[in-house]
Design a protein around this ligand. Structure first.
Ligand code: ADP
Length: 524
C-alpha cells in the first residue's frame, strides 16, 4: 500500500480505536467484539477482506492491485475474494440473520445512528480515501461522505416506520392484516463512482429492515468499502451481519454467479452498467430472487426559450461535470431551444473555462481525471464520431496536458440525436448540445432512448412544465433544478435504467416481504 494511502487509513482508524475504549458511547445493546480492541496497525491497514465477522486474506493469499485513477499507479493491494469467501460470507450472513432480524427496529436504528456518527466524525479522512481511489475532487468526496452517511441516519429513523396494515375483513369471523418482514440475506454489488454512498444507500435500508448483507464493492474502490466496514463494526454491528468481499474484475463474474444463485441469498441489489445488470437479472431469475437494479441513464437536459438561461447553465455545470460526468444521473443530451441556443452555448463555454483540472487531492481542483484509460478512450471515440458526423467543438475536445486519464471539459454543438454521444452513455465530461424547435420534437428525442433514469427541464411556462414532466418516460425529473438526489426521495429509473427504488420509504420496502395473515375462528 502506498505511504499516502497508508497514512490516510491510519488517520481514519485512530478515532475508531478511541471510541472502542469508550463502552458508554457504544451503549448497552450490542457489545463490540473483543478482538477489535486488540487490532494491530498491521491488521488495520492490511489487505484483509471482511468475511462473516473475520478480517482475513483471500484463500491462498490471493490479492489484486488497486490503481490511482489519474495515471494508473498502484495505490495498494487487497484480498482477491472468490467463491470460498463468498460462500462463507453468505453462510455467516444467514446465521446472523437469525438474531439480527429479531432485534427491534429501534435497536437496529441505534447501530445505524452510531455508524452515521462515526462516518461524519471521520468525514475528512473518508473523503481523502474516496478521492485517492476514485479521483474525484476533495470537495465532491466530502459531499459524498455526508450524502452516504445521510442514508444511515435516514434508514435508522425510517426502519421504525415500516408499517403494515389492517385489512377490512371480508368475513366477520376473521381478522386480516399484512406485516412487512425482512427478506433474508441480501447481496449488494456496487460501483466505483460513489464508493461510499452506493454502499450505505443499499446497506442502510437492508440493515434497518432486519436483513443481513454481503457486499461486493467495485474493484476500483475496495478500500473505502472496507473502511466503512471497520466503522460499522466499531458502531456495534454484530459479527456476520455485514461482509465486504473485494475482488478483481476477473473474479467478478464467478462472484456474481455464486451470489445470484445461492439459495440462501434472497435479494440482489446492483448499481452499475445495464449490460452487467441484465446478466445479474438473468442469473437471479433462476432462483426467483428479489432484485433492485440501478442501471444506465441518458438524461436529457431540456432548456426552453422561456427558461432563465443563467440558472440553466448553472444546472448544466452541476449535472454534467460533477465527477467528470461519471454519474448515472449526469446530463447526457442537452436539448436546447433554437431561440436560446446561442446564449446558452456562450454562457456554458465561459463557465466551463473556469474548471481547474487536476488531481482530486489538490485543493484547487474542480475536475479530476476519468476513472481509467478505457473511460478516456470512450469519450475520445464519442468526440471523433460526432465531429465526423457534423458536430462542432465549442470548447475542449481533447486530452489534457496532464496526461493519464485527464480530459478537457468539452462542449459540442450541432449534435444530432443519432450520433454515438446522444445514443450511448458517455460517462465523461462531454456536453453534447442538440437544437430543437417544438415541445413534440423535444419529447420525442428525450423518450427515444431505451433508458429512463433522470431528466432535467428548464422553463418558466408553468403549463409547459406540467406537459413535459407528464410526457417524460423517466423515473426522476428536476424542474429548474439539477441537484435532485437526496436520502428522502425515491431514486431509480424506468425502462432499461432499472427496477426498484433506493432512498425514501420505498428503499426500505425493497428489503421486506409482505406477509398476509388471516386470523380466523373469532366467532363466539
Ligand atoms: P463499470 O463498467 O462502470 O465498472 P459494471 O457494471 O461493469 O460497470 O460494474 C459495476 C459493478 O459490477 C462492479 O462492482 C463490478 O465489479 C461488478 N461486476 C461487473 N461484472 C460483473 C459480473 N458479471 N458479476 C458480478 N458483478 C459484476
Amino acid at each position: 500500500m502506498s505511504r499516502l494511502l497508508l497514512s490516510q487509513v491510519r488517520r481514519l482508524l485512530v478515532p475508531q480505536i478511541g471510541l472502542l475504549a469508550q463502552e458508554s458511547y457504544l451503549g448497552p445493546m450490542t457489545s463490540v467484539p473483543s478482538r477489535c480492541s486488540s487490532f494491530s496497525w498491521a491488521t488495520l491497514v492490511g489487505p484483509e477482506a471482511h468475511v462473516a465477522g473475520c478480517w482475513c486474506e483471500a484463500k491462498g493469499g490471493d490479492r489484486f492491485e488497486v490503481l490511482d485513477p489519474g495515471w494508473g499507479r498502484t495505490l495498494g493491494s487487497v484480498a482477491n475474494c472468490g467463491s470460498p469467501e463468498a460462500e462463507a460470507a453468505v453462510l455467516g450472513a444467514h446465521e446472523a440473520f437469525q438474531t439480527w432480524s429479531k432485534t427491534t427496529a429501534k435497536e437496529r436504528g441505534r447501530v445505524l445512528q452510531r455508524w452515521y456518527s462515526l462516518m461524519m466524525e471521520n468525514e475528512d479522512v473518508l473523503a481523502e480515501l474516496i478521492t485517492a481511489e476514485s479521483g474525484k475532487p476533495l470537495f465532491e468526496s466530502r459531499a459524498e461522505v455526508a450524502y452516504a452517511a445521510g442514508f444511515l441516519q435516514w434508514f435508522a429513523e425510517e426502519g421504525r416506520r415500516a408499517y403494515g396494515h389492517v385489512i377490512p375483513a371480508s368475513r366477520s369471523d376473521c381478522l386480516m392484516f399484512a406485516v412487512p418482514q425482512p427478506l433474508g440475506v441480501a447481496a449488494l454489488i456496487t460501483p466505483w463512482n460513489f464508493p461510499a454512498a452506493m454502499i450505505t444507500r443499499k446497506a442502510g435500508a437492508a440493515l434497518a429492515a432486519g436483513c443481513t448483507v454481503v457486499i461486493k464493492p467495485a474493484e476500483d474502490t475496495p478500500f473505502t468499502a472496507l473502511a466503512l466496514a471497520r466503522l460499522a463494526e466499531a458502531a456495534g454491528l454484530p459479527s456476520g451481519v455485514m461482509s465486504v468481499l473485494p475482488c478483481s474484475r476477473s473474479n467478478a463474474p464467478s462472484m456474481g454467479v455464486l451470489l445470484c444463485r445461492h439459495p440462501l441469498v434472497r435479494k440482489i441489489s446492483f448499481t452499475g452498467s445495464t449490460a452487467t445488470g441484465k446478466e445479474l437479472l438473468r442469473l437471479a431469475a433462476q432462483g426467483v430472487k428479489r432484485v433492485s437494479m440501478e442501471l444506465g441513464g441518458l438524461a436529457p437536459f431540456i432548456v426552453f426559450d422561456s427558461a432563465d438561461v443563467g440558472a440553466a447553465v448553472k444546472g448544466a455545470i452541476a449535472s454534467k461535470f460533477r465527477f467528470s460526468g461519471q454519474t448515472c444521473v449526469c446530463s447526457q443530451r442537452f436539448l436546447i431551444h433554437r431561440r436560446v441556443q446561442e446564449d446558452f452555448l456562450s454562457s456554458l463555454s465561459k463557465a466551463v473555462a473556469d474548471f481547474r483540472v487536476g488531481r482530486g487531492s489538490e485543493p484547487e481542483t474542480t475536475m479530476g481525471p476519468l476513472i481509467n484509460s478505457h473511460a478516456l478512450e470512450k469519450v475520445e471515440r464519442h468526440v471523433k464520431d460526432a465531429l465526423e458526423h457534423g458536430a462542432n467543438v465549442v470548447c475542449g475536445g481533447k486530452r489534457h496536458s496532464l496526461g493519464g486519464s485527464f480530459y478537457h471539459p468539452t462542449v459540442l454543438a450541432d449534435v444530432t440525436p443519432t450520433m454515438a454521444c446522444a445514443t450511448e452513455e458517455i460517462f465523461g465530461p462531454l456536453a453534447a448540445v442538440i437544437t430543437f424547435d417544438t415541445e413534440e420534437e423535444v419529447l420525442a428525442i428525450a423518450n427515444s432512448s431505451p433508458f429512463g433514469l433522470a431528466a432535467y427541464v428548464y422553463s418558466r411556462d408553468l403549463a409547459q412544465v406540467v406537459r413535459i414532466v407528464q410526457g417524460l418516460d423517466v423515473g426522476m425529473v428536476g424542474v429548474n433544478e439539477a441537484a435532485i438526489s437526496t436520502v428522502e426521495a425515491p431514486f431509480g429509473g424506468v425502462k432499461e435504467s432499472g427496477l426498484g427504488r433506493e432512498g425514501s420509504f420505498h428503499g426500505l420496502h425493497e428489503y421486506m416481504n409482505i406477509k398476509y395473515v388471516c386470523y380466523g375462528g373469532l366467532q363466539n
